[in-house]
Ligand binder design. Structure first.
Ligand code: PEP
Length: 259
């Protein structure tokens, strides 16, 4: 597996700072017992709650954790101002954050985030030097009615039409079928491959200057230690986004070891 294979953990609203610290100490200990290959061959991003970011940054000092990337799960598009409860891209960067998840289906569905709103956030984060993991994906009724391609194209186009081509390479697109998130059953390999290819074609149409700037495509939705190896071997997939299975440190290390 090459260095740029992503394993992104999305902790969602789980673990306070003490629990984060305990997890990271356990992770350091477990990785000490793994082979060199487990971390060196991939880019591991932990997307933790805002309140755990400083603990994650501090714990990078622990053995085997220095190459962990620090990720957040949301960001506002304004630099500052009267937006009670929000966090800006500059605040994330100055807290040591490298990556941010935007457009997660939970934000779209539970918090009413529109394509336009997400697009503004993506631009603001990229302009501030963050790398953005943009989540896209259809829900089950959209899949059943044959609208998967239309939904995904709309979600990607709304972001990419706003971006200069030289910003696009800092984007990672996560294909996350909503019906597979937290469901315990991932999309089939054929389904993942088909949609990943479709996404790649859309992305390539925006990268006219250099093929090197084409964003990576990763898959999320019930990834576990049982299915991760097969998903990781799909030619169009450059990484995985892991929700529930990343919360248990042993299980997360099993996932890293399986790839
Ligand atoms: C997610 O919410 O981004 C996710 C992939 O969750 P899970 O792995 O639990 O399906």
């Amino acid at each position: 597996m090459h260095k740029d294979f992503f394993v992104v953990a999305n902790w969602k609203m789980n673990k306070n700072s003490a629990e984060t610290k305990a997890y990271l100490h356990e992770l350091s200990g477990l990785l000490a017992r793994c082979s060199f290959r487990v971390l060196k061959s991939k880019r591991v991003v932990l997307c933790v709650p805002f309140t755990s970011l400083s603990v994650l940054v501090e714990c990078k000092e622990l053995p085997y954790l220095s190459e962990l990337c620090v990720g957040a799960q949301n960001c506002h598009f304004s630099g500052s101002g009267a937006f009670t409860g929000e966090i800006s891209a500059n605040m994330l960067v100055s807290s040591g954050v490298d990556y941010v998840i935007l457009g997660h289906s939970e934000r779209r569905i539970l918090f009413g985030e529109t394509d336009e709103f997400i697009s503004r956030k993506v631009s603001a984060c990229l302009n501030c030097g963050l790398k953005v993991i943009l989540c896209v994906g259809e829900d089950s009724s959209e899949r059943k009615s044959g609208k998967t391609a239309d939904v995904i194209k709309r979600q990607i186009d709304s972001v990419l039409v706003q971006l200069e081509e030289n910003r696009i390479s800092d984007l990672i697109v996560a294909y996350e079928p909503v019906w597979a998130i937290g469901a315990g059953i991932s999309a089939s390999l054929a389904e993942v491959n088909e949609v990943a290819g479709f996404i790649d074609n859309i992305l390539k149409s925006y990268c006219t200057l250099s093929s090197k700037s084409v964003p990576k495509v990763i898959y999320g939705g019930s990834v576990s230690k049982r299915n991760v190896k097969d998903i990781a071997h799909l030619s169009g997939i450059d990484g995985v986004l892991v929700g529930r299975a990343s919360l248990n440190c042993r299980e997360f290390v099993d996932i890293l070891s399986a790839i």
